[in-house]
Design a binder for this molecule. Structure first.
Ligand SMILES: C[S@@+](CC[C@H](N)C(=O)[O-])C[C@H]1O[C@@H](n2cnc3c(N)ncnc32)[C@H](O)[C@@H]1O
Length: 220
């Protein structure tokens, strides 16, 4: 697949935007089509970064939590191997791709943004794996064994998803860099890892600290 479709999507928010293949520092073995900062002739200025965030092409960045959760799945393939995985808020598809690389039986990448679903498909193809897509959490297929979600709690409207996820699947892996207290005892903190959005949006340092949680009935 060529990145033309992704470039088209990106140019809706940034006229000179384009994607390029890069390897996020937090999960360097996974190449991804992501925003190419060289079109801005140097690092993103604060104003440019703000503009990009105000009109978010979230999928064109690999968020800190996505890198941490993706690398966790690669390092702990037993988490998803042989299972059906639903990644909610897939963005670029980094976590979905990692789940597929780690041996998941089936992976569904879910996002409200059609451009994110295109990115997930393109990035799956780039990595030689298969990922299905779903544009609405409520229309997810049956039989989900594991739900993954990385950096979706930035939107307060998504906070109730924590409880919904825990009810909807036997196991949930959640990575988050925004909310300090999830307020749900089912989510057990596993590890905290430093990572930065890729390409770097020069976010506040506190947003570069990713907490990884697991919720589930089985031991793990
Ligand atoms: C900050 S990005 C994170 C992307 C990716 N998980 C990562 O870590 O790189 C959040 C993504 O979640 C999607 N999103 C937000 N709320 C959602 C919801 N309720 N259902 C599905 N996708 C959602 C957004 O469209 C966006 O692509």
């Amino acid at each position: 697949m060529t990145p033309d479709l992704l470039n088209h999507h990106l140019q809706q928010t940034l006229s000179r935007g384009r994607v390029a293949v890069s390897h996020p520092a937090g999960c360097p073995s996974i190449p991804l089509y992501l925003f190419d900062p060289s079109v801005l002739e140097g690092p993103l200025s604060h104003d440019e970064a703000q503009a990009v965030v105000a009109e978010p092409a979230y999928w064109s960045f690999c968020w800190a939590s996505g890198q941490v959760l993706a690398q966790w799945l690669l390092d702990h393939p037993e988490t998803v191997a042989g299972r059906t995985v639903l990644d909610v808020g897939c963005g670029s598809g980094v976590v979905a791709v990692a789940a597929a690389l780690a041996g998941a039986k089936r992976v569904i990448a879910c996002d409200l943004d059609p451009a994110a679903l295109a990115a997930a498909r393109a990035n799956a193809a780039l990595n030689g794996v298969a990922v299905d897509t779903c544009d609405d959490w409520h229309r997810r297929p049956d039989g989900i064994d594991v739900i993954t979600a990385a950096d979706v709690l930035y939107d307060p409207d998504n906070r109730p998803l924590l409880g919904v996820f825990a009810e909807a699947a036997p196991e949930v892996w959640l990575a988050d860099s925004r909310v300090r207290d999830l307020g749900d005892a089912r989510y057990v903190h596993r590890v905290t890892v430093e990572a930065r959005t890729w390409p770097d949006l020069n976010e506040f340092e506190e947003f570069n600290r990713v907490r990884l949680y697991r919720a589930g009935n089985a031991l793990g």
